[in-house]
Write a protein that binds this ligand. Structure first.
Ligand code: ADP
Ligand code: ZN
Length: 714
C-alpha cells in the first residue's frame, strides 16, 4: 500500500468476489500493491477512468475483510487529521505476512553446535543471538551482522531452521480466575463499567482515581465482563515499558497473558496477533497507540490507561491523538471507552463538565496506603553544594530512608550526563550539525548525542574551536550525573539509572522490576519512564531534582504537564503500608503549580488553568492547528510558508499567526517555519485548511505538515 495514493478504480474479474473491506492485490503500472476495497460512494476516486480502461484486480488476500466500523474510523481519522486515507489504512495492515495466508513461518535459532570455522563476526553473532529466535533478518539485526553471516552459520549447522506455527490460538483469559474483593468505591465504579460493557453501546467514561486507588482492578472487572460476553477488549498503554508489569498483573487476575502489541514484536508474533485479533479469537489486547488501528472483529471495550499522557499523541506521519481516536473507535464499534487517569487532562475534564463523558471517582488509595506528603525544597534557601544537585534536606531524607532499608526514587527528566557541554576557554558550545539543539553528553557510552535526530559523535579531548585541551565542561545535570553524585554520597547503596537508554525493551523492564522487588536496588535515578505504572511497596521517598524543568518554553500545557508529571512520580511513593514522602526541589515554591502540589488542592489549580484557557480561547474552548513547513533549502521553506500566510482565508473567528522560524529552527537537516491557526470551537478548521492548502503548490523538496490539536509547539 502506498500512503500517497488516492483511491483508484478497478474491475472485479469474473469469478472473484469482493466486498467493502476486502483486502486485495491490485496492479499499478508494472507493480502490484495491497489495497482495501471501499464503498465507491464514500471515497470517490480521483481520476474518472472509462469502464473499458479499468484494470482487473489480481486477487483477494486470505484475510478477513476490514469491518465497517474500522472503515469509518479510517475515514474519520484521515478527515480530522488531514492525512491521506491510505496512510491511515496502512496502520491497520500492520503485518504484511498476516495477509498472505500460510500456517507456518520459518524461523532460526542457535543449535549450540560450534561452526566448523569460527570468525570474529560469527562469534559476535552467536554471542548476541543467545537463545533468541526469529527470521534471518531479525537475528542479523539483533547481532549487528549482515544477513550473510547468519546464512553462513545456517550452512555450518550452528543455526537451524524451524517451522513455527503462526495461527495457533491464544490462551483464553478466565474472568473467574482470581476475582478480587473490591472496596465499596471500587465496587460501585466496577459495576457501572460492567453495566456499560453489557449494554453494548458507545459510552465514554472518565475513571478518575488517585494513584494506587485500584483503577486497574476496577477496569479489569469491565474486561472480565467483556471476556464473559465473548467480546474483545483493548487496553492502550502510553509506553511499551509499562507492558511488562501489566502482563504480570493481568496474568495474576486472569490466569494467562493478554496479547501484546508493540514495536518490539517479531514478525511471527505480529502476524499471529494480527490474525487472531482479526478473527476475534484474541480476547484481550494490550498495546501502544498503534494497537488502536488493528482489525478487531468484535470489540466490546476500550481502555486508555494513563489517559492524560502526551505520548498518546503521535508526532510523525499521521499526527493523531490516540486518546481521541479511541473515543471515536468506541463510537463506531458501539462499545464503552474508559479513560483512566489520576490526573485527567483539562480536555477530558471539560468533556465531563459538559456532560459528554460520565465520571467515576476513586478518591482514596486502596487498603492502608495513604497519599504521600509533598513538600518543597526552596533551592535559594537550601542550595546544593557547588557542583552538586541534591540539596541538603533531600540528602538527609535519603539518609533516613536508606537507614530504614527502604527505597528511593530520584526523578529528573533528562537523559545522559549533561545537557550542554562548553569550552571554558573560548565559550564554544557543542551543537548538533543537523538540529537547533545542544549535544547531550552520555558518559556511559563516551559520546555526545543529539536527542532530536540521534546524531552521535565522540567527546573530543580538545575544543574544536580553540584547540585547548581539557577545557570542556559539562553544564547542568542529567540522570547519569545524578548517579555519580549518588555514588559519591552513598558509596554502599545500590543505584540504578532507568531511562530509555537502559530500559529499551519489555525484557529490560521486567529485569528492573525484578531487581526492585528483590531489594537489589536502593536508589533509582530515572526519567519520566519510571513515573508511571510501577508498584513498589518499599519505595517510600521520591525526590524531584528539578521541579521547574518543564515550566520553561511557554507551552500552552506546561503547568498542567508539570502537575501531571509530578503527581505521577509522587504516586510511586508509599504505595504499600509504609508512608511515602516527596520532595520537590524548586526555585519557585510559590508558583501556582507548586502550591497545588504541596497543598494537594488540585481542583483550584485546574479551575485556574481552565479559566486561563477559556480567556485565551485555547483548547478545549477553541481550536489550534499548526502548519510546519520544512525543507533542506531554507529559502524554499520560507517562501512556501510566506505564500501560505499570504493566501490565508479571512474568516470571522479565525486568526493565522506566523510564519516564524520554529523554536527547533532546524531538525534533521531541515529548516522549519511554523504557522499557527487559532479558531473558535465551532469552526470546521479542517475544511478551511483543505481548501486553503489544496489550492497551493509548493516545490517537491518542501514538506508541509499540518498538526491538528497540536501538543508540541517546537
Ligand atoms: P491505580 O491503577 O489506581 O494506580 P492499582 O490498580 O495499581 O491502582 O492498585 C494499587 C495496588 O493496590 C495494586 O497492587 C493492586 O493490586 C492493589 N489493589 C487495589 N485494589 C485492590 C483490591 N480490591 N484487592 C486487592 N488488591 C488491590
Ligand atoms: Zn540533531
Amino acid at each position: 500500500m502506498n500512503a500517497a495514493l488516492g483511491p483508484l478504480d478497478y474491475r472485479v474479474p469474473h469469478g472473484m468476489t469482493v466486498a467493502p473491506g476486502s483486502i486485495v492485490v491490485a496492479p499499478l503500472g508494472p507493480r502490484q500493491l495491497t489495497g482495501i476495497v471501499w464503498e465507491p460512494e464514500r471515497l470517490p476516486s480521483d481520476a474518472e477512468v472509462g469502464d473499458n480502461r479499468l484494470r482487473n484486480l489480481v486477487g483477494v488476500l486470505p484475510a478477513p475483510p476490514l469491518g465497517a466500523p474500522l472503515r469509518r474510523l479510517i475515514e474519520w481519522t484521515a478527515n480530522y487529521y488531514l492525512a491521506p486515507t491510505a496512510a491511515v489504512a496502512r496502520m491497520t495492515l500492520a503485518s504484511t505476512s498476516a495477509l498472505e495466508g500460510g500456517r507456518t513461518i520459518t524461523e532460526y535459532r542457535a543449535t549450540g553446535i560450534p561452526p566448523a570455522r569460527m570468525t570474529p563476526q560469527r562469534e559476535q553473532a552467536l554471542a548476541r543471538i543467545g537463545d533468541r529466535q526469529g527470521l534471518i533478518r531479525e537475528l542479523a539485526i539483533a547481532a549487528e551482522v549482515s544477513d550473510g553471516v547468519i546464512r553462513g552459520l545456517v550452512k555450518t549447522r550452528a543455526i537451524e531452521a524451524i517451522e513455527v506455527a503462526i495461527d495457533s490460538p491464544f490462551a483464553l483469559p478466565d474472568p473467574g480466575h482470581a476475582v478480587p474483593t473490591l472496596s465499596a468505591d471500587q465496587h460501585d465504579a466496577a459495576q457501572a463499567l460492567v453495566a456499560a460493557v453489557e449494554a453494548r453501546d458507545f459510552e465514554p467514561w472518565l475513571l478518575d482515581g488517585v494513584t494506587g486507588s485500584g483503577k486497574t482492578e476496577v477496569y479489569f472487572e469491565a474486561v472480565a465482563a467483556a471476556i464473559a460476553a465473548g467480546r474483545q477488549s483493548l487496553v492502550l498503554l502510553p509506553e511499551i515499558a509499562l507492558t511488562e508489569p501489566f502482563l504480570k498483573r493481568f496474568t495474576a487476575r486472569f490466569g494467562c497473558e493478554p496479547v501484546a502489541w508493540h514495536s518490539g514484536l517479531r514478525q511471527s508474533q505480529r502476524r499471529r496477533a494480527w490474525r487472531q485479533i482479526a478473527e476475534g479469537q484474541a480476547l484481550v489486547t494490550v498495546g501502544a497507540r498503534s494497537a488502536l488501528f488493528l482489525p478487531y472483529a468484535n470489540l466490546g471495550l476500550i481502555v486508555v490507561d494513563e489517559a492524560h499522557e502526551t505520548s498518546f499523541k503521535q508526532e510523525e506521519g499521521v499526527h493523531y491523538h490516540a486518546r481521541d481516536v479511541a473515543v471515536m473507535r468506541g463510537l463506531f464499534e458501539k462499545c464503552p471507552v474508559v479513560l483512566a487517569s489520576a490526573t485527567p487532562a483539562i480536555e477530558t475534564r471539560h468533556q465531563v463538565a459538559i456532560g459528554r463523558y460520565k465520571e467515576l471517582k476513586l478518591p482514596g488509595r486502596y487498603g492502608a496506603a495513604e497519599m504521600p506528603e509533598i513538600a518543597a525544597i526552596d533551592l535559594i534557601e537550601h542550595p546544593p553544594e557547588r557542583g552538586r544537585w541534591i540539596a541538603p534536606p533531600l540528602v538527609t531524607a535519603i539518609d533516613e530512608t536508606l537507614a530504614r532499608q527502604e527505597q528511593v526514587l530520584l526523578f529528573l527528566n533528562r537523559r545522559g550526563y549533561a545537557p550542554l557541554t562548553l569550552c571554558r576557554t573560548c565559550g564554544h558550545r557543542f551543537q548538533c550539525p543537523n538540529c537547533t539543539a545542544w549535544m547531550v553528553e552520555h558518559r556511559l557510552i563516551h559520546r555526545l548525542a543529539c536527542h532530536h535526530c540521534g546524531h552521535v559523535e565522540p567527546v573530543p579531548r580538545a575544543c574544536p574551536e580553540c584547540s585547548n585541551e581539557d577545557s570542556l565542561v559539562a553544564c547542568g545535570p542529567g540522570v547519569e550525573r545524578i548517579a555519580d553524585e549518588v555514588a559519591a554520597l552513598w558509596p554502599d547503596a545500590k543505584a540504578a539509572v532507568v531511562t530509555s537508554d537502559t530500559i529499551w525493551s519489555p525484557a529490560k523492564a521486567a529485569e528492573f522490576v525484578h531487581r526492585m522487588e528483590a531489594g537489589d536496588i536502593d536508589i533509582v535515578i530515572g526519567t519520566q519512564l519510571v513515573t508511571k505504572g510501577y508498584h513498589f511497596p518499599n519505595l517510600t521517598l521520591v525526590g524531584v531534582i528539578d521541579a521547574d524543568l518543564g515550566l520553561d518554553g511557554g507551552d500552552l500545557r506546561a503547568a498542567e504537564h508539570t502537575f501531571h508529571q509530578i503527581m505521577q512520580v509522587s504516586g510511586r511513593a508509599g504505595r504499600g503500608e509504609k508512608p511515602g514522602r516527596v520532595f520537590l526541589q524548586t526555585h519557585a515554591p510559590g508558583a501556582a503549580v507548586m502550591q497545588a502540589l504541596i497543598t494537594g488542592d488540585a481542583e483550584s489549580f485546574y479551575a485556574a488553568e481552565t479559566e486561563a484557557r477559556r480567556d485565551a480561547g485555547a483548547p478545549p474552548f477553541g481550536r489550534y492547528a499548526a502548519i510546519v513547513v520544512s525543507s533542506e533549502d531554507k529559502d524554499a521553506a520560507h517562501a512556501t510558508a510566506l505564500s501560505i500566510a499570504r493566501t490565508a482565508p479571512r474568516i470571522e473567528g479565525m486568526q493565522v499567526y506566523g510564519p516564524a522560524p520554529a523554536p527547533l529552527a532546524m531538525l534533521r537537516g531541515r529548516h522549519r517555519f511554523r504557522l499557527l491557526v487559532h479558531a473558535r470551537r465551532a469552526l470546521d478548521v479542517q475544511d478551511v485548511l483543505r481548501d486553503w492548502l489544496g489550492a497551493l503548490d509548493w516545490k517537491p523538496k518542501v514538506r508541509v505538515a499540518v498538526d491538528v490539536d497540536p501538543y508540541s509547539f517546537v
